[in-house]
Design a protein around this ligand. Structure first.
Ligand SMILES: Nc1nc2c(c(=O)[nH]1)N[C@H]1C(S)=C(S)[C@@H](COP(=O)(O)O)O[C@H]1N2
Ligand SMILES: [Mo]
Length: 224
């Protein structure tokens, strides 16, 4: 698939995968019932460590040519902004190290990222006083939501590199979101839009039985 409008994407997604993940949510699969709120362990409850980096998405991995990539930030902000990739790369760049945790039960430790921190982006666009929520939209049409407080955490970034190399297409390159404190479905690959809002807009998995928050230490896998 090319980097067309996100609205085209429903044709290409793996309906079977979506149905089985919806079924997991309705069965409340993988819940162990042992929250680790103090983070005594490095591994959140119900997770296992992997050394590789699995690929998970809706099956349509958009091929976003670097010269066509845009990041649009708008909604309830004082200064809406659009960045090309060179403009994004000219913003202050920072290195991060974080563990990532997928709701399908794998965790991967010590990932080295480089990119632009959420704090830098927030300083530029300046959310309005009534902004409480953030919705990410990606080039495959995927959406996911977090609270503004979650996006504003110091370890959140829009990453272009992992382990010293550009993030591959399958992992969301040229630029993806990384929100390490939440399950990885909150970290949009191929991100193109960030919208701030006074109201919450649940995303792709959040309307299909997945939790609206997603704290792995509390096993916030499913809603209800
Ligand atoms: N654009 C987009 N981002 C996405 C997804 C997706 O389907 N499309 N899947 C999410 C899910 S469910 C997971 S677990 C992670 C997987 O990221 P990875 O493939 O780099 O491991 O991406 C998240 N971000
Ligand atoms: Mo996932």
């Amino acid at each position: 698939m090319s980097d067309g409008e996100p609205s085209d994407f429903l044709k290409g997604i793996k309906d079977k995968l979506i149905r089985s993940k919806e079924q997991w949510a309705s069965d409340k699969r993988l819940i162990t019932g042992r929250p680790d709120l103090g983070h005594v362990n490095r591994l959140p409850p119900g997770q296992r460590e992997v050394k590789n980096w699995p690929v998970l998405d809706l099956g349509a991995q958009p091929d976003v040519a670097p010269d066509r990539w845009r990041l649009r930030i708008g909604g309830a902000v004082e200064n809406p902004a659009v960045f090309t990739l060179p403009e994004f790369m000219a913003l202050p760049q920072e290195d991060f190290v974080s563990d990532i945790h997928c709701v399908t039960q794998w965790s991967r430790y010590d990932n080295h990222w480089r990119g632009v921190s959420a704090k830098t982006l927030l300083d530029i666009v300046k959310p309005k006083a009534d902004a409480r929520h953030v919705l990410f939209t990606a080039y495959d049409g995927y959406t996911t939501n977090v609270k503004l407080d979650v996006f504003a955490e110091g370890n959140v970034l829009l990453a272009h590199s992992w382990e010293g190399a550009p993030i591959s297409r399958e992992h969301g390159g040229p630029v993806r979101v990384i929100i390490p404190d939440w399950y990885l479905w909150k970290s949009a690959k191929w991100v193109t839009r960030i919208e701030f809002s006074a109201i919450d807009q649940p995303g792709f998995w959040e309307v299909r039985g997945y939790h609206n928050e997603g704290d792995p230490w509390k096993e916030e896998r499913y809603s209800g």
